[in-house]
Design a protein around this ligand. Sequence first.
Ligand SMILES: Cc1cc2nc3c(=O)[nH]c(=O)nc-3n(C[C@H](O)[C@H](O)[C@H](O)COP(=O)(O)O)c2cc1C
Length: 177
Amino acid sequence: MHKIHENSFNGIIALPSFPVVFVTVDSNIMVAGAFHFYSFDPPSVMVGIKPEKYTYELITKKKEFGINIPTKDQLDKIHICGSVSGRYEDKYIKAGLTPKKGNKIDSYIIEECPVNLECKVVHQIEYEGSHKWFIGEIKEVHIEDKYIRDDALMFWLGQFRTVGEVIEGASNNELLR
Ligand SMILES: Cc1cc2nc3c(=O)[nH]c(=O)nc-3n(C[C@H](O)[C@H](O)[C@H](O)COP(=O)(O)O)c2cc1C
């Protein structure tokens, strides 16, 4: 295998895509591609938010967030929530999404998303970098009964895509139920 030595930024460019999610805090929505599973026990996820975002201000204050998984037909709403700032506009109205109060968090979650995770911030990573990472323990989960995991949307570096074919392992519905 012939490999070329690249600069370290190209190491980021070379990564495959990640799931893209709506992050909801208080009555605001933003889009995050910097989102990942963190731990099975306790069930936790993590999200990376740039400090200049309004969401950063809200999440450090409220210490909670909602993760709302979009479907691929919500791309128009992703463009709105991922470009407009909640400092100036109500994105629930602008994107035509319905706010629903969380059961375990005070913030809203998005009715139209098939999966909502209500999370409490348990740790904030203090390290320099473009994104500040928040680890959230999942306190409540809402999953639509017809949800198919592979309908989720993936994103990296301007490119949106769907999940590829399963080449080994159980179907996602067997794992979920
Ligand atoms: C596909 C996509 C992925 C994004 N991922 C992130 C991310 O991981 N972290 C981040 O801070 N901003 C990300 N953004 C940008 C924010 O969603 C965007 O700046 C948003 O308007 C911030 O809203 P706010 O100011 O109301 O918090 C992404 C935008 C798009 C369209």
